[in-house]
Design a protein around this ligand. Structure first.
Ligand SMILES: *[C@@H]1O[C@H](CO)[C@@H](O)[C@H](O)[C@H]1NC(C)=O
Ligand SMILES: *[C@@H]1O[C@H](CO)[C@@H](O)[C@H](O)[C@H]1NC(C)=O
Ligand SMILES: *[C@@H]1O[C@H](CO)[C@@H](O)[C@H](O)[C@H]1NC(C)=O
Ligand SMILES: *[C@@H]1O[C@H](CO)[C@@H](O)[C@H](O)[C@H]1NC(C)=O
Ligand SMILES: *[C@@H]1O[C@H](CO)[C@@H](O)[C@H](O)[C@H]1NC(C)=O
Length: 278
């Protein structure tokens, strides 16, 4: 009896341990988590109270100011800017934003819809948003239609993700807050690959060998450019190139070969003499 009972409890234990590890889901990583953040106008000029890092603390269960999980910026400012520094140029897929709601239903009557309207999101390699790409700018939402939380797809390589809003040009569009621009970010997640040179939803696929700077599209792995001597979407096509003035070559031409295994880029082809030099 005793042995049979022990055997059964061992089996139960093992079934419980094995099952959860089978059902894992492919997903990009949150590259912004606990990274260095900054905001233009901290509340009361003190970024330790409702500071900029609260948007990258991984917490957004309490969407009130009192909960201490949200960034709160200074009152009565004409612009509001916030950014996170990923530390290096990384491959980004999308940005998730959870805006403050004060725990009330997100609809046209929520007091924070008027503050969220008109926001934009940039990815840049410098702290200047104008150096980067504009991922999204709201020009068309209303208090009733602006989504929160929201995902912004922005397939880009970059280091800084910048959130921006402004109340600079009166009259403002209908529904926009009249008392300034605010950050109010409870969470901003930057989803992508944590290591340069990989792609795919679990970031396990290496970018093609001859991609410029080793960078490729995070979804389909196509190169953003090729190292010299290669061409094609995945840079696996060798370019034949000529050395100007090479012994007796009067004419030369560039040709593209689809099979890199047959033609090395070191080959020199003299059109007039019709010879190959390896
Ligand atoms: C807001 O909601 C969260 C989650 O339900 C709760 O834990 C928190 O106490 C609420 N905050 C306030 C100030 O009511
Ligand atoms: C950042 O720099 C990389 C090159 O290192 C470039 O591929 C990328 O396009 C740049 N990103 C932006 C947003 O300018
Ligand atoms: C603007 O929003 C309206 C309704 O919300 C929608 O029907 C329209 O297609 C939108 N226009 C643009 C340019 O996104
Ligand atoms: C954002 O995208 C993630 C990953 O695709 C998804 O799990 C999540 O439900 C999306 N959230 C919203 C608000 O669309
Ligand atoms: C925000 O700034 C842009 C560009 O300067 C301007 O066109 C727009 O009217 C401004 N929006 C508000 C609400 O002030």
């Amino acid at each position: 009896h005793k042995n049979a009972m022990t055997g059964r409890s061992v089996l139960v234990c093992c079934v419980f341990v094995v099952l959860p590890s089978i059902s894992f889901v492919l997903a990009y990583e949150n590259l912004a988590l606990n990274k260095k953040a900054w905001q233009q106008h901290p509340y009361n000029n003190n970024d330790e109270v409702w500071g900029s890092e609260r948007a990258v603390d991984g917490r957004y269960t309490d969407l009130t100011a009192a909960g201490g999980q949200c960034v709160i910026s200074g009152v009565g400012q004409s612009t509001a800017e916030w950014r996170v520094d990923l530390g290096e140029v990384l491959s980004i897929h999308h940005i998730f934003i959870q805006y403050r709601t004060d725990n009330f239903t997100w609809d046209r009557n929520n007091a924070y819809t008027e503050r969220f309207l008109g926001y934009s999101v940039y990815i840049s390699n410098s702290t200047n948003k104008e150096d980067g790409v504009l991922c999204f700018k709201d020009t068309n939402y209303t208090r009733a239609t602006i989504p929160n939380p929201t995902n912004i797809t922005c397939i880009t390589h970059g280091r800084f993700v910048i959130y921006y809003n402004n109340r600079t040009h009166r009259p403002y569009p209908a529904g926009y807050s009249a008392n300034g621009a605010f950050n109010e970010l409870c969470e901003l997640e930057v989803h992508g690959c944590p290591t340069s040179g990989f792609y795919g939803e679990d970031c396990s696929l290496p970018c093609p060998q001859n991609c410029q700077e080793g960078h490729c599209d995070i979804v389909d792995g196509t190169c953003l450019g090729c190292v010299p001597g290669y061409t094609g979407a995945t840079c696996d096509t060798g370019k034949r190139f000529m050395v100007r003035g090479y012994r007796g070559c009067q004419y030369y031409r560039q040709e593209i070969y689809t099979d890199i295994t047959k033609w090395s880029i070191q080959q020199i082809f003299c059109v007039n003499k019709n010879i190959f030099l390896l």
